[in-house]
Design a protein. Sequence first.
Length: 214
Amino acid sequence: MADRGHPDFPLDPRYPSDPIVATAVSTDYGALDPDTARRWGYGWDPAKHPAAGPKGRRMTNAEYADWPDCNADASRRLMRGIDLTRDWLYASRREVEVDKAVKRDPRLRAAWDVWSRCVAEQGFTRYPDPVAAYADEAWQRDSDGNTRHTQRERATAVADVTCKRRHHTAELWHDVRAQNQAADITRHPDRYAAGLQALRTYRANITEVLRKLG
């Protein structure tokens, strides 16, 4: 950025305007903690979990115009020696396929059905799975992903967690996922090994850049 005429460009800049932040489920299994559910529903205490983001000043519009090219140059440097398509992205592509298999697993579908009936029996929506409960648009998430913490939301979250604990939903879900992951690694050991080596190369590239920066 300095070479492009921005000598005081910050190391950790903010965008010229704040983007909308999409928030994923807090865990792979939805809400799990009863105290958090009781107080914050499917959200969180904003005082304890401030929105993560850059700490530097905002980029000017002129800086922002040059930033994508410089950012791409930095990425190419950190990815040196890595086959992006073949090795770097392999595990994430397989994760998508494994998750599809997990969701089709009859053991998990049966567990979700038991959980769903349990939540409905307490007077709440019969969601197809815990992620659907977490992502319900009725919770009216803000741009940072936090919810409104309404009484209905909090009560639903408590029922959600209670039913998970009563029927060991998360434990079974975890076991099914772990078994599917292990089976996939066993079927493709060389490809996963290459992905691991790509990660090690990436970390070595970062170490080298930091060393040069002092």
